[in-house]
Design a protein around this ligand. Structure first.
Ligand code: ADP
Ligand code: MG
Length: 474
């Protein structure tokens, strides 16, 4: 924990520095001295006994964070409301906690593909590698994971394994296998990484709020044989219910998500005996689904497409693409998750999560993908002189007849393989260093020095995961 917060003291110096920086996390902005005084000795009334110090540790330890605070249990949001409500309103622009959300019907009813009134253009369809829509959900009978224990995480995994077994009878098209991080084989792990289905618990911002405590216990990934219906268990939120597939059939992905979320809710209700009408998933009367990070509350839904826009990346760059996306209520991410490197494709998803029906958020994404595809078509051809662009020239210049998505995927796979090899080499060096450290006699000094040098020069970029899949805080 950050030094002052560990002593339950106001981190005045850190907050002052954060306020002076061009970008200020919402945690730093809204944890004023008055708010601190008001809440510093408060404990949440839920099972986590959450404190303000723990809530803001992430943002204070990592001033670069955007939100910088997390809840430890559902009660945290109301118990620290003079802190959390302004954070929520600042993140979800236009949303008022006083007014609350006036969405009609249940989430599953709103996840109705027939309500989507726009379609992807032919140009966007041709550029979309894959589509993924997920909702974040937390089970009402457990604390949120930042405030959870090893036992609560393991109980969740045990419960979910029963729910997944139950799918075989209740929803066979969604049924599949549940792989626990503690027992999965190296081959299973690699297959999940290759398919973008694994999470790895290495996000420093999440770590600062206790997301990764007791890793890897109680963590797991469920998926059907086609890997089109996937669940993350205890990544951060208890559940990430995910529907994904190659290509741009957004409506099919959305329909499966709706069906899957309903089947999971039904299964948990059955296994836990929660009565009809009582909540299986944590819901807040004002905003809807409760999640660990204030950024995800509400619908908890993020719908994304991975879209190939190499010319646009080269001509206007990622930040401008993100800006254009934000103007359309969307955001851009690297294709290996939030904060990951950008090569030839971009992850475009809805930015808003709250107060708008799920089908409308999917429409935002479709409209933005159509816009970016049209911009890509207008963007200047890549020039041979630009060395980093050479791979894209090969893609879109000389070999126009070949399938660009297949080619881009092959290139991406090669890059990921190289990154994995680099990470493995770095791990081997680290082991060598650890061994060398064990011998503290004179003879080992040289080995230590060289291993240390190698670690500094080679291992750091790989460990930071410059191009490896990155988990994300939101
Ligand atoms: P979130 O936390 O919103 O679920 P992240 O940005 O952390 O999403 O990404 C999680 C994983 O999902 C990453 O491995 C990412 O590559 C993968 N992913 C996200 N969108 C897509 C998509 N449209 N197609 C394929 N994989 C995707
Ligand atoms: Mg994430």
């Amino acid at each position: 924990m950050e030094e002052s917060l560990a002593k339950n003291k106001y981190p005045a110096y850190k907050i002052k520095a954060a306020l002076a920086a061009p970008h200020t996390s919402l945690a730093a902005k809204f944890c004023t001295p008055e708010i601190w005084e008001k809440y510093k000795d408060t404990k949440s009334t839920g099972p986590a006994k959450w404190t303000l110090a723990r809530a803001i540790n992430s943002g204070i330890s990592h001033p670069e964070s955007f939100v910088g605070c997390h809840a430890g249990d559902r009660e945290s949001y109301d118990d620290f409301k003079d802190f959390f409500y302004p954070v929520i309103e600042a993140y979800h622009k236009g949303f008022s906690m006083e007014k609350g959300s006036d969405l009609q019907g249940t989430a599953s009813e709103r996840m109705d593909p027939t309500k989507i009134t726009v379609d992807l253009s032919a140009s966007a369809q041709a550029k979309i590698v894959s589509t993924r829509i997920r909702v974040a959900r937390n089970l009402s009978m457990f604390p949120l994971n930042p405030g959870g224990t090893r036992a609560s995480r393991e109980q969740i995994a045990t419960l979910m394994s029963k729910v997944y077994k139950g799918l075989k009878a209740g929803a066979p098209q969604l049924a599949g296998d549940f792989f626990l991080h503690t027992t999965m084989t190296d081959e299973q792990r690699q297959a999940l990484i290759d398919g973008h289905q694994l999470f790895r618990g290495k996000d420093r911002m999440q770590a600062a709020s206790g997301y990764h405590e007791h890793w890897p216990h109680g963590r797991g990934v469920f998926h059907n044989p086609d890997k089109t219906f996937v669940n993350w268990v205890n990544e951060g939120d208890h559940l990430r219910i995910i529907s994904m597939q190659n290509g741009g059939d957004v409506k099919a992905v959305f329909a499966r998500l709706s069906e899957g979320a309903a089947a999971i809710e039904k299964g948990v209700r059955k296994e836990t005996g929660v009565a009809e009408g009582d909540e299986v998933f944590m819901m807040h009367p004002k905003f809807g689904a409760v999640t660990c990070c204030p950024s995800n509350i509400g619908t908890g839904m993020r719908g994304s497409v991975h879209i190939l826009v190499p010319k646009l990346i080269a001509s206007i760059g990622f930040d401008t693409i993100d800006k254009l996306a934000r103007e359309r209520n969307c955001q851009a991410r690297g294709s290996s998750g939030e904060h990951s490197a950008v090569v030839d494709r971009i992850d475009i998803s809805n930015w808003r999560r709250i107060g708008f029906p799920e089908y409308e958020l999917v429409q935002d994404m479709i409209n933005c993908a159509n816009f970016l595809a049209a911009e890509e078509d207008k963007a200047p051809e890549l020039k041979v002189a630009c060395a980093p662009c050479l791979p894209f020239m090969a893609l879109f210049g000389s070999s126009k007849k070949a399938n660009p998505i297949a080619q881009a995927n092959a290139k991406q796979a090669a890059a990921e393989k190289a990154a994995a090899a680099q990470a493995q080499a770095a791990a081997a060096k680290k082991t060598a260093l650890a061994k060398a450290k064990q011998k503290d006699d004179e003879a080992s000094a040289f080995a230590k020095a060289s291993a240390e040098k190698a670690l500094l020069t080679d291992a750091l970029p790989a460990e930071e995961g410059a191009s490896a899949p990155a988990d994300a805080s939101e």
